[in-house]
Design a protein. Structure first.
Length: 230
């Protein structure tokens, strides 16, 4: 990241040098260009820091119990409540409440473009975007799975999640996306808890699931072959 910021500063300096003349105006122009370059660098750094903060905040919520309609560590989380809370706490942005609405409110990206802090969606209830988690790198994501489970890290490579992967999205955190080149999708900003808590087996799918949403609405139970709570 520091090399990228330095490149912006050097580019601004080179531009000014190319038009240099022994005049006070040139010095002022150079200083203005350096200031612009510095602000660009700060925006890139801020964007990356916010994504990292989302991941680290999410990891700190490991083992929080699943709770239908839950949106806090005190009450527990359902999947979309977990994502909404992590993004709000880390980046100050309020995403919609349901997984499907979160998918519509964020930018669609390709799976090979995933980087830590992005959102991953799954079709676990025979409808698009019925489950959501936060990508943390190296093919892993963290989420609130289902009733009776806790917030945990799982691998997207196991057959259960591979078969149900429904798309990737990026939250607009501000700044620039220029740091795409800084880190490939496979690079993880991980913590020791990330590797020790990964579920590498096929995730068990309950035969009864409840449609998530606002805790103000009554719970509805549906019988399906397999699925997860949103």
């Amino acid at each position: 990241m520091s090399r990228l910021i330095a490149a912006f500063v050097m580019a601004a300096g080179a531009c000014a040098a190319a038009h240099a003349a022994p005049a006070q105006d040139d010095l002022g122009q150079l200083m203005r260009q350096k200031s612009i370059a510095s602000r660009i660098g700060d925006a890139i750094h801020e964007s990356t820091s916010r994504a990292t903060e989302i991941v680290m905040n999410a990891m700190s919520a490991l083992d929080t119990p699943y709770h239908f309609g839950g949106t806090s560590r005190l009450t527990g989380f359902d999947c979309s409540g977990f994502v909404q809370a992590m993004v709000k706490q880390s980046a100050g942005l309020l995403l919609p409440r349901s997984a499907a609405e979160q998918a519509r409110a964020t930018e669609s990206i390709q799976k090979d473009q995933l980087r830590p802090g992005d959102l991953v969606f799954f079709n676990t209830m025979r409808r698009a975007f019925s489950h959501v988690g936060i990508y943390i790198g190296e093919g892993k994501f963290i989420h609130a799975p289902r009733t009776g489970a806790q917030v945990r890290v799982e691998s997207m490579d196991v057959s259960y999640w591979q078969a149900r992967f429904n798309g990737a999205r990026r939250v607009a955190l501000g700044g620039s996306d220029a740091d795409d080149a800084q880190q490939p999708a496979s690079a993880a900003r991980s913590t020791p808890a990330a590797s020790s808590s990964v579920i590498d087996r096929d995730s068990p799918a309950p035969t009864t699931v409840r449609l998530g949403g606002s805790s103000q609405k009554p719970e509805s139970t549906y019988q399906v072959r397999s699925g997860e709570n949103i």
